[in-house]
Design a protein around this ligand. Sequence first.
Ligand code: SF4
Ligand code: SF4
Length: 440
Amino acid sequence: MFHFVAVAECKTALPPVMSSMNSCAKCGACTVVCPVHRVTGQEGHTARGKLHLALLADLPGKGVVFEDIFSKCLLCGACASVCPRDIDVCRQVVQSRAAFPAISGAHGYEKYLARKVLSHPEILAPMRILGRVGARLLLKYLPEDSGLRLRLALFHQDAEAVPADENFPAAPHVLDSNEGLICFPGCSARYLYPEILSSCDSLVAGLGQALSIPAGLSCCGLAAFAAGDRQEAERCARNNIIVLEQSSGPILVSCASCYAHLCRYGDLFADDPVWRNKAEGVKARLVEISCFLDRQPASGVIPACTASPVTGGKKVRVYYHDPCHLRHGLIGTKIIAEPRRVLARNPQLELLELPDGPQCCGQGGLFHISAPEISAVIRDTLAAKVLALAPEVITSTCSGCLMQWRVAVEVAGAGSRVRVLHLAELLAESAVERVNGTGP
Ligand code: SF4
Ligand code: SF4
């Protein structure tokens, strides 16, 4: 049983974060919607519990138990979306994480390495090739229930594909330039799954435009931010702002997590009006991929897919997974209807919905590393519901969610009948052909 103690009421003397921690009404609305609490039932894993613990003095001195509690958060924002006090719980959790040493707690070294890799995303492309080669070799010998086998599922679906070209640009039309439609591809599309970038490129080319990726973009910095590494998060943000300021016009973002974090760059510079203004300037230019496609006229890019004769009249059953970053209003708005409208414009696709609505997949950035058991329960519970709808394609716009779904379909033994595709891949004509087995 978790007990609350009286906290001195001194809001004017407290910094903003402490003040909002103190403003928790302890109403419990956040406990009902928290995916982690649903699995563990522990009060400390709710927003209410974390806010209470964060008020304790000498938080790092409480040791790995407390570090572990603060790692048990997906930063999904479900709690903030129902909080009557409008508490930015994700911000509180991230600030609390910053109080702990970088490699402490459960799976600390794995989280640390993941963040370091994202600080140098250019090594992801060789890792991807090695991963695919390794997947081909190891999948032959590993037992069905091997944890390593499931990790390799990230690469398994495309194991027979031509290895990624680690040399930029990944797609034939993408320009290394500040001209055309500026694109922020994120590390996943640029280095791990360049087919996402190729698909965005072909969709944009269908509109008569060219996609351009300015040289010098880095990781958005979300992984570092989520881990409480403020310095690295700010470094990534400053770098990307400087690069993006060299161009004008809309910035297309194909990854939901990158988009949400780019939108919140201004929060990193709350005390620096110059950089905050710069961040807000970039934010005003950001366009999330499903919103971009939704804004296209009926004669635009979507009919390029509908004109394809390859499906022979049979509809492809599609489940769209809502990334938490877009669904809970973390960015001040919710992007829920746009991807559905885009999919509905394609008569070849039949959109499937869960009776109880969209749910978290349990990936949560570094959460699936720091809490693999909880992450797996959330993932497999959702996957069982979704697979009962008999989808042929599971699609989303978040690179983390897509990775989690690749593992989910493998764990469920559905890898041979369900494909996991980025929304842009699904909509690009070549992807529709692949879904139906008629493509190359
Ligand atoms: S919903 Fe908000 S006010 Fe209510 S317990 Fe949770 S954090 Fe506190
Ligand atoms: S952000 Fe998500 S996982 Fe974290 S406390 Fe809130 S609802 Fe729970």
